[in-house]
Design a protein around this ligand. Sequence first.
Ligand code: UD1
Ligand code: UDP
Length: 370
Amino acid sequence: MDGLMKVLTVVGARPQFIKAATVSRAFAALNRSQGQEVVNERIVHTGQHYDANMSKVFFDELEIPPPAINLEVGSGSHGRQTAAMLERLESIIVEQAPDWVLIYGDTNSTLAGALAAVKVHIPVAHVEAGLRSYNRAMPEEINRLVADSVSTLLFCPTQTAVDNLRKEGVTRGVHLVGDVMYDSVLFNTSLARRKSDVLARLNLEPRSFFLATIHRAENTDDPERLAGILQALRETRTRIVLPLHPRTRKTLGDGLRRLSPKVQIVDPVPYLDMLMLESNARVILTDSGGVQKEAYWFGVPCVTLRDETEWVELIACGSNRLAGADPVAIGEAVRWAEEAAAAMRQRKRVDLYGDGKSAEKIVARLMDSR
Ligand code: UD1
Ligand code: UDP
């Protein structure tokens, strides 16, 4: 290997910190193994997520190198938020002249990183490329389509993602590497068992509770869908722990009081606490992308509060059911999940998302493709 590879990582939202942590660790491991700095990574935080429990806690707990720069764009409409990121990112990318701009997932920070870089002719590498919901009303779907179309390296977590890209005529630069979130779960689960006291703090016995998360715009911004989901939660007889995303807290406002006492609302939790909650839940209900997969890795049945999912292999293998936002459909799916729970914990799981060495593969490809 010759010369220093400069990588500018752009992140801004909770799941991106978790994904980037794994790749940053792989960069550091490569430098250690070479006995010198062969990769220089600088992290730019757009500031899309800024509450301590949506941002700082992940940098601290996962020992992510502190961001070199925080653009502090904060919240706003899609256009405003993305524009603020673009404007600030452009000068930083020009000034730093990295070999790669590295982006993750499908948020507005992903979109801004991709556009800012490609316009100044810096190649873009996209981790979690090729995912599609085929629902263009989702902001994430537009972000993915644009990011993938301008990326030089497209790191796909699944064969389905590779196939999706092929259907769009994209085969160059496409690499099936597995899912960095799987690397992350393998690395952090035993740490979580040692370090997290969330079960004791919330007085939770393993398998005695459901875990729920809700934050997707299609649910929070549609009063009918949100009401349907809340009704389903109210009607569930089991205790539900609901770490509430700030977006949903804001939308619900006073409505939070109308939830049944069975629904225990807590602030967003740190990642290690989340892994403990997930791995000890009887059933998970979620509209999150990452949480659907984590449910699978922990052998916990998942009821997905959406009409479609990008993680179609979870549906195919029978560990996840789409229930949308209709209380009757959610109720039925919960009954299925309750019945499936014990058997699912025992079931041998196939590696749908790679072998846990996704980050290493990404780093190797970046080094090779300079
Ligand atoms: C974003 C991503 C979504 C991802 C999610 C992960 C986009 C379009 N959406 O959604 O794909 O699944 O992050 O969590 O990029 N807020 C706070 N404090 C914060 C952050 C947000 O109060 O630290 C509130 C604000 O009222 C804000 C709202 O949450 O307007 C939504 O935040 P935003 O980052 O725009 O979208 P998310 O719903 O978080
Ligand atoms: N997560 C967390 N604390 C929480 C909720 C989620 O650490 O209170 C983690 C979760 O374990 C997963 C990631 O955040 O690794 C998923 O992020 P989110 O649901 O916000 O976004 P999505 O995956 O839907 O884009």
